[in-house]
Design a protein around this ligand. Structure first.
Ligand code: HEM
Length: 313
């Protein structure tokens, strides 16, 4: 057999690779004789993916609801993947930082722009029927959404604004966790009692959330930005990318979401105006009240004081 120089040098590299892990190259090469050629459907796992859409009702628009949520969860996973690239890169370069941040923002822009699939893509009558079978579940229980937040900024920036001023870096994690802004959606404000929605969410994910907060304490997006050399922190393209991400996640997406909730729960005139998760949602979901801001130091006083005012959105 005539091997080209190129094939020989590849074989040599393969030999070295297997030597390094004490494996016989001949056995590995013979394995190739019997391995199945790859197909699109095996690689992408389309059969598994397309078998995950199970309705609880006979109403066709429930399928739109399920599949769009699944699309969101897949995109959330892509976002977390890119945040990890930023978090794990030592001595990160400003170009790499900006480029990966742009990827993340593109994904979130896509979710924001496509939210009309929820707002206009389902019949209100059908939604108001199938939602009864979902209570007390809510998108509030999306764990990946919370993981993205913990990986984006310091926990103080996710703290309920009523308690923020009394907290600092010495506040213990348990106290911080109990005062995250989203606790307000699941707690009775006067008694502090947690709703079933929140209890179940925490039973399943609290440990993972605490791990995520701890892991990202020094490598969340904001921390990575502050670790850049001073001149890079003044890079206008990067600052613009950071601000765009903050605005998309915490204002544009939130407003699209709120407007959709208003259309179905309030303006439909059907139902009792309550959300499936049972929160005081009209107040809770508004960016003006939540005031979650990932990178407050990148906004002017004026911008901060107008945060979430609907005239500026
Ligand atoms: C018809 C469509 C939708 C409606 C009417 C709606 C409504 C609501 C409401 C009222 C809440 C407040 C909590 C509660 O009491 O349930 C909420 C929270 C939430 N929903 Fe949706 N939602 C919709 C679609 C989506 C989609 C497509 C996603 C994507 C995964 C999503 C993710 C979330 C998240 C992450 C929260 C928590 C947000 C926060 O804590 O500020 N929702 N939703």
């Amino acid at each position: 057999m005539n091997l080209t120089d190129n094939s020989e040098s590849i074989l040599k590299e393969i030999e070295l690779k297997f030597q390094a892990i004490n494996q016989k190259t001949d056995v590995q090469l013979e394995g190739l004789l019997w391995s199945k050629p790859i197909t699109y459907w095996d690689y992408i796992q389309t059969d598994a993916l397309l078998s995950l859409q199970t309705q609880r009702t006979t109403l066709p628009d429930e399928m739109v609801f399920i599949m769009y949520h699944q699309v969101n969860e897949l995109i959330f996973k892509m976002i977390l993947w890119e945040i990890d690239q930023i978090a794990e890169t030592k001595e990160i370069q400003v170009d790499f930082f900006s480029e990966r941040l742009s990827r993340i923002t593109r994904y979130f822009d896509m979710l924001t722009n496509s939210f009309s699939i929820m707002e206009n893509g389902m019949e209100v009558e059908q939604y108001m029927k199938f939602r009864n079978t979902l209570t007390p579940a809510s998108g509030f229980q999306s764990a990946q959404y919370r993981l993205i937040e913990f990986a984006s900024t310091d926990v103080i920036n996710l703290t309920d604004r009523r308690y923020k001023d009394t907290f600092d870096e010495n506040t213990d994690l348990e106290t911080s966790f109990e005062h995250l802004y989203w606790q307000a959606a699941g707690k009775d404000y006067h008694t502090g009692k947690k709703s079933y929605l929140l209890q179940e969410f925490e039973n399943k994910y609290k440990e993972q959330f605490i791990r995520q907060i701890t892991n990202f304490k020094n490598k969340n997006i904001w921390q990575k930005f502050t670790q850049l050399p001073e001149k890079d922190q003044l890079n206008t393209a990067l600052i613009e990318a950071m601000r765009h991400y903050d605005y998309t996640v915490n204002i544009t997406w939130v407003m699209q979401h709120l407007n959709t909730a208003r259309k179905y729960i309030l303006e439909s005139g059907k139902g009792n105006g309550e959300a499936t998760g049972g929160s005081d949602w009209q107040k809770y979901m508004h960016p003006k009240y939540q005031r979650r801001i990932f990178f407050p130091k990148l906004w002017t006083e004026d911008e901060l004081s107008n945060w979430g005012n609907e005239t500026t959105v």
